[in-house]
Design a protein around this ligand. Structure first.
Ligand code: GLC
Length: 436
């Protein structure tokens, strides 16, 4: 790459590159070797951002591999299953989702039937920007119609409440599935008549909550993953600030991709404006001065403040007063100000905060990265410098773990986690670019 680092940065870079090389299957990167043996959609986009700095040709293959799983509706499923992994290595696997029984699903590959935060257009654009647009023009031209179909699907089929925001029909769609934000909407879902049995995933005990996760998939599957069912009958629908902010940022990126390939960017700019307005109108809590998720079934904002509420910093048109309010909250003793290894994924003063609970408190590299990008967007230098330094400190101390204790930086979850490694590459490379 021709990037000059200090000795320490060189060692971190080499270690991160080794993780990505080890987790490469030949066509994609698994999130972690043992625990997540298939391809996940937002993981792949984070990985693409790192591969763009390390092996750009693999970054292109990674995205193309993901889009093999795209449905005719435009859905980019959150898991594309690998046929070389034993069928029962991951639950729920292909036999549970039964994607091939759906007319709109691809024939050659098994997939899930849910979405995840749609980072792909943003990843494709940054890939082009980091390794020279000429080189990537043909790739972008090939990918553009698929990205446009993905975005059209989210707008057309997933605006469940009709307010201009994507409604998530499953906690897994948020990417932050155990977030305390989903506790109440999930508690309103009837548990299955008989439990799905004891399974282990990521060393977590699986209980009633996870049975509800599986039974939500069962209901969606039995309804043919169709939007009428979602709109009228599905018990869990939430509008999440992180998913919608990523959608907004990717919609802006899609407009730029359109320009690069000679297509019309205006529909994407108009779509971005609609999401921007809807987020401010429906997810911004003026009194508490933060963005919150909304439970579509009750029509109420969900009280707990989580890391997802800072993702709207990705919106370049966010009013300055809101940007200032978010920066203050982020640096306060409820988030970064209370921890040595920020940013915790939940307000540390909330009763739901749990320093070691999956998405209920620990610091994650990918959420730090998204907030870092948002801080760069608004020139919040104190925030972006803090995030960069603390994220580097985490991986130096504990390696490329899945998540980390926000107080002492202890690594948790799986080792050699792909997005933790990939995003460090992009953070390091961006730091070099900013230096004179
Ligand atoms: C966990 C994470 C999710 C991620 C997946 C694969 O389920 O919560 O965000 O996509 O693992 O890494």
């Amino acid at each position: 790459m021709g990037i000059q680092f200090t000795g320490d940065e060189t060692a971190v870079w080499a270690a991160a590159a080794r993780v990505l090389d080890a987790n490469w299957t030949g066509t994609a990167t698994v999130p972690s070797p043992g625990l997540y043996p298939h391809q996940w959609s937002w993981d792949s986009s984070f990985v693409c951002l790192g591969l763009a700095r390390h092996r750009p040709e693999r970054a292109r293959i990674e995205l193309l591999s993901l889009f093999r799983g795209q449905w005719e509706t435009g859905l980019v499923p959150h898991i594309v299953f690998s046929s070389s992994v034993p069928r029962h290595a991951f639950f729920p696997g292909p036999e549970f989702w039964r994607s091939r029984a759906q007319q709109a699903a691809p024939r050659g590959v098994d997939t899930s039937g849910l979405a995840q935060p749609p980072l792909q257009a943003l990843a494709a654009l940054r890939l082009a920007q980091s390794s020279g647009q000429e080189e990537h023009r043909a790739f972008l031209a090939h990918l553009y119609p698929h990205l446009a179909a993905q975005h059209a699907y989210l707008e057309r089929e997933r605006d469940v409440a009709g307010l201009g925001l994507v409604g998530l029909c499953h906690p897994w769609e948020s990417g932050l599935e155990n977030s305390p934000a989903w506790d109440h909407p999930l508690a309103a879902v009837d548990p299955p008549a008989s439990p799905f049995g004891r399974r282990s995933r990521g060393g977590l005990a699986e209980g009633a909550e996870s049975d509800r996760h599986v039974s939500l998939v069962q209901s969606l599957r039995d309804a043919g993953y169709c939007s009428e069912y979602l709109r009228n009958d599905h018990p869990f629908v939430v509008e999440d600030p992180l998913f919608n902010a990523v959608f907004l940022a990717s919609t802006h990126a899609l407009a730029e991709v359109a320009e690069l390939v000679g297509a019309d960017p205006r529909p994407h700019r108009e779509a971005a404006q609609r999401i921007h307005e809807a987020m401010l109108e429906h997810l911004w809590d003026r009194e508490a001065c933060c963005f919150r998720a909304r439970d579509v079934r009750t029509g109420r904002l969900i009280p707990v403040a989580t890391i997802a509420g800072f993702a709207p910093l990705l919106d370049p048109d966010l009013p300055p007063a809101i940007v200032r309010g978010l920066a203050e909250l982020l640096l306060s003793a409820r988030f970064a100000g209370a921890t040595g290894y920020p940013v915790p994924t939940c307000d540390v003063q909330s009763a739901a905060f749990d320093r070691s609970g999956f998405w209920r408190g620990p610091t994650w590299v990918n959420t730090n990265y998204l907030v870092w990008l948002g801080a760069l967007t608004h020139h919040l230098d104190a925030v972006s410098d803090l995030l960069l330094a603390s994220t580097l400190r985490l991986v130096r101390q504990s390696g490329f773990r899945e998540y980390f204790d926000p107080f002492d930086g202890t690594g948790r979850g799986s080792h050699d986690f792909s997005w933790s490694a990939a995003l460090i590459l992009d953070l390091l490379a961006s730091r070099r670019c900013r230096r004179p």
